[in-house]
Ligand binder design. Sequence first.
Ligand code: ADP
Length: 295
Amino acid sequence: MKLFIKNLQKTYPNGVQALKGVNLTIETGMFGLLGPNGAGKSSLMRTIATLQEADAGSIFLDDLDVLKDKAEVRKILGYLPQEFGVYPKISSELMLDHIAQLKGILDTKERKQTVAALLDRVNLYNDRKKHLGTFSGGMKQRFGIAQALLANPKLIIVDEPTAGLDPAERNRFYNLLSELGENTIVILSTHIVEDVRTLCSDFAIICKGEVLRNGNPDEAVRELNGYIYSTMIEKSDIAEYKEKYQVISAQMKSGKLGIRIFSETHPGAGFISAEPILEDIYFHQIASKMDVITL
Ligand code: ADP
Protein backbone atom coordinates (compact mmCIF):
# COMPACT_ATOMS: atom_id res chain seq x y z
CA MET A 1 0.00 0.00 0.00
CA LYS A 2 1.23 3.49 -0.85
CA LEU A 3 0.08 7.00 -0.09
CA PHE A 4 0.79 9.52 -2.85
CA ILE A 5 0.64 13.19 -1.90
CA LYS A 6 1.03 15.57 -4.83
CA ASN A 7 1.35 19.33 -4.81
CA LEU A 8 -0.82 19.72 -1.71
CA GLN A 9 -1.64 23.33 -0.90
CA LYS A 10 -3.54 24.99 1.90
CA THR A 11 -4.00 28.63 2.81
CA TYR A 12 -6.15 29.39 5.87
CA PRO A 13 -8.72 32.21 5.74
CA ASN A 14 -6.33 34.38 7.81
CA GLY A 15 -3.85 34.22 4.94
CA VAL A 16 -1.39 31.72 6.51
CA GLN A 17 0.01 29.46 3.82
CA ALA A 18 0.32 26.24 5.82
CA LEU A 19 1.10 23.88 2.90
CA LYS A 20 2.95 25.19 -0.14
CA GLY A 21 2.86 22.32 -2.61
CA VAL A 22 3.79 19.26 -0.56
CA ASN A 23 4.92 16.17 -2.48
CA LEU A 24 5.50 12.89 -0.63
CA THR A 25 5.18 9.18 -1.27
CA ILE A 26 4.66 7.14 1.88
CA GLU A 27 4.95 3.36 1.94
CA THR A 28 3.97 0.68 4.46
CA GLY A 29 6.03 1.14 7.62
CA MET A 30 6.69 3.95 10.05
CA PHE A 31 7.02 7.39 8.52
CA GLY A 32 8.37 10.21 10.70
CA LEU A 33 7.29 13.78 10.15
CA LEU A 34 9.64 16.38 11.63
CA GLY A 35 9.46 20.14 11.68
CA PRO A 36 9.33 23.10 14.04
CA ASN A 37 6.05 24.36 15.50
CA GLY A 38 3.93 25.92 12.82
CA ALA A 39 5.67 23.98 10.01
CA GLY A 40 2.39 22.54 8.72
CA LYS A 41 2.61 19.01 10.13
CA SER A 42 -0.84 19.00 11.72
CA SER A 43 -2.37 20.65 8.67
CA LEU A 44 -0.92 17.88 6.51
CA MET A 45 -2.06 15.14 8.88
CA ARG A 46 -5.57 16.57 9.27
CA THR A 47 -5.88 16.78 5.49
CA ILE A 48 -4.83 13.15 5.05
CA ALA A 49 -7.25 12.22 7.85
CA THR A 50 -10.08 13.85 5.81
CA LEU A 51 -10.71 16.42 8.54
CA GLN A 52 -9.99 19.45 6.42
CA GLU A 53 -10.00 20.42 2.77
CA ALA A 54 -6.97 21.25 0.65
CA ASP A 55 -7.00 24.15 -1.82
CA ALA A 56 -5.11 22.24 -4.49
CA GLY A 57 -3.27 18.99 -5.07
CA SER A 58 -4.17 15.35 -4.58
CA ILE A 59 -3.80 12.49 -2.11
CA PHE A 60 -4.22 8.90 -3.23
CA LEU A 61 -4.02 5.76 -1.12
CA ASP A 62 -3.27 3.34 -3.93
CA ASP A 63 -6.35 4.01 -6.14
CA LEU A 64 -8.45 5.61 -3.44
CA ASP A 65 -8.91 9.36 -3.87
CA VAL A 66 -8.49 10.52 -0.27
CA LEU A 67 -9.72 14.08 -0.86
CA LYS A 68 -12.89 12.88 -2.61
CA ASP A 69 -13.88 9.50 -1.15
CA LYS A 70 -13.75 10.61 2.49
CA ALA A 71 -16.23 8.01 3.75
CA GLU A 72 -14.10 5.19 2.26
CA VAL A 73 -10.93 6.63 3.79
CA ARG A 74 -12.54 6.88 7.24
CA LYS A 75 -13.30 3.16 7.16
CA ILE A 76 -9.62 2.34 6.94
CA LEU A 77 -8.18 5.21 8.94
CA GLY A 78 -6.96 5.30 12.52
CA TYR A 79 -6.28 8.80 13.79
CA LEU A 80 -4.82 9.93 17.09
CA PRO A 81 -4.93 13.73 17.22
CA GLN A 82 -2.53 15.87 19.23
CA GLU A 83 -5.17 16.66 21.83
CA PHE A 84 -7.08 13.52 22.59
CA GLY A 85 -9.92 14.38 24.96
CA VAL A 86 -11.57 11.68 27.04
CA TYR A 87 -14.70 11.66 29.16
CA PRO A 88 -13.31 11.41 32.70
CA LYS A 89 -16.24 9.63 34.34
CA ILE A 90 -16.55 6.66 32.04
CA SER A 91 -14.53 3.45 31.97
CA SER A 92 -12.14 2.69 29.11
CA GLU A 93 -14.17 -0.39 28.26
CA LEU A 94 -17.46 1.49 27.96
CA MET A 95 -15.90 4.36 26.05
CA LEU A 96 -14.26 2.04 23.54
CA ASP A 97 -17.51 0.11 23.15
CA HIS A 98 -19.26 3.38 22.42
CA ILE A 99 -16.67 4.46 19.81
CA ALA A 100 -16.89 0.98 18.25
CA GLN A 101 -20.63 1.47 17.81
CA LEU A 102 -20.00 4.82 16.15
CA LYS A 103 -17.48 3.13 13.86
CA GLY A 104 -20.19 0.74 12.75
CA ILE A 105 -19.43 -2.42 14.74
CA LEU A 106 -23.08 -3.06 15.59
CA ASP A 107 -23.05 -6.73 16.60
CA THR A 108 -22.84 -6.78 20.42
CA LYS A 109 -20.81 -9.96 20.72
CA GLU A 110 -18.34 -8.94 18.01
CA ARG A 111 -17.98 -5.55 19.65
CA LYS A 112 -17.33 -7.03 23.07
CA GLN A 113 -14.62 -9.28 21.65
CA THR A 114 -13.03 -6.47 19.63
CA VAL A 115 -12.97 -4.12 22.62
CA ALA A 116 -11.45 -6.76 24.92
CA ALA A 117 -8.80 -7.72 22.34
CA LEU A 118 -7.83 -4.09 21.74
CA LEU A 119 -7.60 -3.25 25.44
CA ASP A 120 -5.42 -6.29 25.88
CA ARG A 121 -3.22 -5.26 22.94
CA VAL A 122 -2.51 -1.86 24.47
CA ASN A 123 -2.02 -3.38 27.89
CA LEU A 124 -5.09 -1.81 29.47
CA TYR A 125 -7.26 -4.88 29.93
CA ASN A 126 -6.70 -4.99 33.68
CA ASP A 127 -7.66 -1.32 33.90
CA ARG A 128 -10.76 -1.65 31.77
CA LYS A 129 -13.20 -0.78 34.59
CA LYS A 130 -11.28 2.30 35.74
CA HIS A 131 -12.56 5.74 34.86
CA LEU A 132 -10.57 7.41 32.09
CA GLY A 133 -10.13 10.46 34.33
CA THR A 134 -7.89 8.39 36.62
CA PHE A 135 -5.56 7.31 33.77
CA SER A 136 -1.95 8.54 33.54
CA GLY A 137 -0.78 10.34 30.40
CA GLY A 138 0.67 7.10 29.03
CA MET A 139 -2.51 5.15 29.70
CA LYS A 140 -4.58 7.83 27.95
CA GLN A 141 -2.29 7.66 24.93
CA ARG A 142 -2.55 3.89 24.83
CA PHE A 143 -6.31 4.23 25.04
CA GLY A 144 -6.07 6.71 22.17
CA ILE A 145 -4.22 4.11 20.12
CA ALA A 146 -6.82 1.47 21.00
CA GLN A 147 -9.59 3.67 19.61
CA ALA A 148 -7.47 4.47 16.55
CA LEU A 149 -7.09 0.73 15.94
CA LEU A 150 -10.79 -0.06 15.90
CA ALA A 151 -11.84 -1.60 12.60
CA ASN A 152 -8.31 -2.66 11.54
CA PRO A 153 -7.03 0.52 9.93
CA LYS A 154 -4.68 0.41 6.95
CA LEU A 155 -3.52 3.95 7.55
CA ILE A 156 -2.66 5.23 11.02
CA ILE A 157 -1.89 8.86 11.78
CA VAL A 158 -0.53 9.92 15.16
CA ASP A 159 0.21 13.56 15.86
CA GLU A 160 2.93 14.09 18.50
CA PRO A 161 1.80 11.08 20.49
CA THR A 162 4.56 11.02 23.09
CA ALA A 163 4.16 14.53 24.53
CA GLY A 164 3.75 14.09 28.28
CA LEU A 165 4.85 10.45 28.39
CA ASP A 166 7.68 9.28 30.63
CA PRO A 167 10.53 7.35 28.93
CA ALA A 168 9.16 3.91 29.81
CA GLU A 169 5.69 4.81 28.56
CA ARG A 170 7.22 6.27 25.43
CA ASN A 171 9.08 3.01 24.75
CA ARG A 172 5.96 0.92 25.25
CA PHE A 173 4.00 3.20 22.99
CA TYR A 174 6.65 3.08 20.27
CA ASN A 175 6.87 -0.70 20.44
CA LEU A 176 3.17 -0.84 19.79
CA LEU A 177 3.46 1.53 16.83
CA SER A 178 6.40 -0.44 15.39
CA GLU A 179 4.35 -3.61 15.49
CA LEU A 180 1.58 -1.84 13.61
CA GLY A 181 4.07 -0.49 11.08
CA GLU A 182 4.83 -4.04 9.93
CA ASN A 183 1.71 -4.10 7.77
CA THR A 184 0.20 -0.62 7.87
CA ILE A 185 1.24 2.89 6.99
CA VAL A 186 1.93 4.70 10.25
CA ILE A 187 2.55 8.44 9.99
CA LEU A 188 4.04 9.86 13.15
CA SER A 189 4.86 13.45 13.93
CA THR A 190 7.25 14.14 16.77
CA HIS A 191 9.68 16.70 18.12
CA ILE A 192 12.09 13.99 19.23
CA VAL A 193 14.35 13.79 16.20
CA GLU A 194 16.38 10.76 17.27
CA ASP A 195 13.18 8.74 17.78
CA VAL A 196 12.64 9.03 14.05
CA ARG A 197 16.10 7.56 13.41
CA THR A 198 15.36 4.63 15.71
CA LEU A 199 11.83 3.90 14.56
CA CYS A 200 11.15 5.07 11.06
CA SER A 201 12.09 3.62 7.69
CA ASP A 202 11.35 6.95 6.04
CA PHE A 203 11.00 10.52 7.14
CA ALA A 204 10.42 14.06 5.99
CA ILE A 205 11.38 17.42 7.41
CA ILE A 206 8.89 20.14 6.74
CA CYS A 207 9.29 23.82 7.45
CA LYS A 208 7.04 26.75 6.52
CA GLY A 209 4.77 24.45 4.54
CA GLU A 210 7.52 22.94 2.38
CA VAL A 211 9.26 19.56 2.39
CA LEU A 212 12.96 20.29 2.92
CA ARG A 213 14.15 16.73 3.07
CA ASN A 214 12.68 13.28 2.50
CA GLY A 215 14.19 9.80 2.58
CA ASN A 216 15.66 7.14 4.81
CA PRO A 217 17.02 8.48 8.13
CA ASP A 218 20.15 6.30 8.15
CA GLU A 219 21.06 7.30 4.61
CA ALA A 220 20.53 10.96 5.46
CA VAL A 221 22.85 10.67 8.45
CA ARG A 222 25.51 8.82 6.43
CA GLU A 223 25.65 11.74 3.99
CA LEU A 224 27.02 13.92 6.78
CA ASN A 225 29.87 11.54 7.64
CA GLY A 226 33.06 13.60 7.92
CA TYR A 227 31.30 16.97 7.81
CA ILE A 228 30.29 17.45 11.45
CA TYR A 229 32.67 18.94 14.00
CA SER A 230 32.13 19.91 17.60
CA THR A 231 33.80 22.02 20.24
CA MET A 232 33.10 23.74 23.57
CA ILE A 233 33.09 27.53 23.63
CA GLU A 234 32.21 30.41 25.95
CA LYS A 235 28.60 31.45 25.56
CA SER A 236 29.65 35.02 24.81
CA ASP A 237 31.64 33.85 21.77
CA ILE A 238 28.68 32.36 19.92
CA ALA A 239 28.11 35.37 17.63
CA GLU A 240 31.73 35.19 16.48
CA TYR A 241 31.49 31.45 15.78
CA LYS A 242 28.22 31.89 13.92
CA GLU A 243 29.91 34.47 11.76
CA LYS A 244 32.89 32.22 10.99
CA TYR A 245 31.32 28.76 10.77
CA GLN A 246 28.10 27.08 9.77
CA VAL A 247 26.89 26.42 13.32
CA ILE A 248 24.02 23.95 13.25
CA SER A 249 23.29 23.49 16.93
CA ALA A 250 24.39 24.73 20.32
CA GLN A 251 23.73 23.37 23.76
CA MET A 252 24.74 24.58 27.24
CA LYS A 253 26.71 22.06 29.25
CA SER A 254 28.33 22.77 32.65
CA GLY A 255 28.39 26.51 32.03
CA LYS A 256 29.94 26.22 28.55
CA LEU A 257 28.40 25.99 25.15
CA GLY A 258 28.82 22.82 23.11
CA ILE A 259 28.45 23.64 19.42
CA ARG A 260 28.25 21.46 16.33
CA ILE A 261 29.20 22.86 12.96
CA PHE A 262 29.01 21.71 9.35
CA SER A 263 32.30 22.03 7.49
CA GLU A 264 33.69 20.42 4.34
CA THR A 265 37.25 20.71 5.63
CA HIS A 266 38.69 20.43 9.13
CA PRO A 267 37.83 23.75 10.79
CA GLY A 268 41.08 23.85 12.77
CA ALA A 269 42.32 23.68 16.32
CA GLY A 270 39.81 23.11 19.06
CA PHE A 271 37.35 21.21 16.88
CA ILE A 272 36.97 17.45 16.88
CA SER A 273 35.27 15.36 14.26
CA ALA A 274 31.85 14.22 15.49
CA GLU A 275 29.65 11.31 14.57
CA PRO A 276 26.66 12.74 12.68
CA ILE A 277 23.17 12.30 14.12
CA LEU A 278 19.75 12.93 12.59
CA GLU A 279 19.46 16.14 14.58
CA ASP A 280 22.38 17.50 12.51
CA ILE A 281 20.35 16.95 9.34
CA TYR A 282 17.31 18.47 11.00
CA PHE A 283 19.03 21.64 12.21
CA HIS A 284 21.10 21.95 9.05
CA GLN A 285 17.94 21.90 6.92
CA ILE A 286 15.88 24.10 9.19
CA ALA A 287 18.72 26.62 9.50
CA SER A 288 18.42 27.31 5.79
CA LYS A 289 14.87 28.61 6.44
CA MET A 290 15.10 30.17 9.87
CA ASP A 291 17.54 31.00 12.67
CA VAL A 292 17.38 28.01 14.99
CA ILE A 293 20.01 29.13 17.46
CA THR A 294 18.64 31.71 19.85
CA LEU A 295 20.91 32.15 22.84
P1 ADP B 1 2.53 22.21 13.07
O1 ADP B 1 1.61 21.05 13.27
O2 ADP B 1 3.75 21.84 12.27
O3 ADP B 1 2.87 22.93 14.33
P2 ADP B 1 0.23 23.51 11.86
O4 ADP B 1 -0.19 22.73 10.69
O5 ADP B 1 -0.55 23.39 13.14
O6 ADP B 1 1.79 23.28 12.13
O7 ADP B 1 0.22 25.06 11.48
C1 ADP B 1 0.82 25.57 10.29
C2 ADP B 1 0.51 27.06 10.20
O8 ADP B 1 -0.87 27.24 9.97
C3 ADP B 1 0.83 27.82 11.47
O9 ADP B 1 1.27 29.10 11.11
C4 ADP B 1 -0.52 27.91 12.19
O10 ADP B 1 -0.59 29.05 13.00
C5 ADP B 1 -1.48 28.01 11.01
N1 ADP B 1 -2.79 27.38 11.30
C6 ADP B 1 -3.02 26.12 11.67
N2 ADP B 1 -4.33 25.88 11.80
C7 ADP B 1 -4.96 27.03 11.47
C8 ADP B 1 -6.34 27.44 11.39
N3 ADP B 1 -7.32 26.59 11.64
N4 ADP B 1 -6.59 28.71 11.03
C9 ADP B 1 -5.59 29.56 10.74
N5 ADP B 1 -4.27 29.25 10.79
C10 ADP B 1 -3.97 28.01 11.16
